[in-house]
Design a protein around this ligand. Sequence first.
Ligand SMILES: *Cc1c(COP(=O)(O)O)cnc(C)c1O
Length: 375
Amino acid sequence: MTDLLDPAPLTATEIAEVEDAVARLLGTGATAADGTHDVLLVQAEAIAALEAVARSIAAPTATAVNVVTGPYGALFGDWMRASGARVIDVTSALDAAITVREVEAALDAAPEASVLALVHAEAATGGTNPVPEIVALARSRGLVTVLDAVASVGAEPVLPAEWGVDITVIGGQKSLAGPAGVSAAAISPAAWALIDANPAAPRSSFLSLTDIRDGWTRAGRQVVLGTPNVLETRALGQALARVAAEGLGAVITRHEGARAATVAGVEALGLALWQQDAAARAAVDTTVRLDASLASLAPASAGGRGTGAARGLGGILSSGNGPLAASLVRVNHTGRRAALGDVHDALERLAAAAGRDPGPALEAANAAFGVTAAV
Ligand SMILES: *Cc1c(COP(=O)(O)O)cnc(C)c1O
């Protein structure tokens, strides 16, 4: 009963060590002085870090181009709008990634834009965007770039220094198999310059990134600000240590293997993937189109026989989020569940729902998982 209570206070050294581990994960330095970015922990779930970033970069006179391929991108645009920025959304269908051409056209039409924001992988749609190409394009035009890598980190390479992403936000709760209560942002000097020039950027606020920078990062990371989330910060440190022990490359390969196995199994079942284009399929989860053959997994409101939490779901198989519940089901091969056994279980549930023999799907999954995992 007392395991979670009365923990020893979190020391400045412990917090700095977790930041250092995030910096190693992202291939940046822990501070811009000794690397390319300042990495700072935000003592709240990633959604708070994302709101802090949006409100920090969105100056009332600024124009931002915002890529919307799912619910998180839409939310990010709303926060920038609420801060007074002019936001131009570049929107894809929910079953497709954005293309570099679409972003280029938006940038051509808005030469005054100073910010480009995009989500890497969207767990809600199982889609992933061509981030290195889009970031390179935005940088060639001098824009500050923001990447929501909460769902992609640990499942796909996330390389802010190599790609030149100015602000990257991550959380532990998806592919890193860690806690949700503490998140992190890696922020470049160019991004700080934009934030410092924004009179509307939060200051003396829970959403203030400059408060953390000035009170902690630039103050030598010696005095702990406020009362941090002791348990969640330690859990994030442990999650990062476990990823480092397995090897980030191996963790990514495991997610890629789980994706390949799921895709092969779903196709062997004769079911349709939600993301049409193979390159747009995220490694964090796989989404399956909820067509008539899977009607038993649809919520009752969508003509299915399920009741709210649809029957047949369970294991790593879940309903789509919100309105997507009527369109897709998610195979959450995420974190520790990026494993062949979990994929098998999901394929068996899908086969049962569709009234099909799971055998060929399991064989196809085995073959696909092995091929990817061996590369
Ligand atoms: C999961 C996720 C987040 C964090 O959101 P929560 O739903 O609060 O966990 C942020 N961005 C993306 C793209 C995500 O997939």
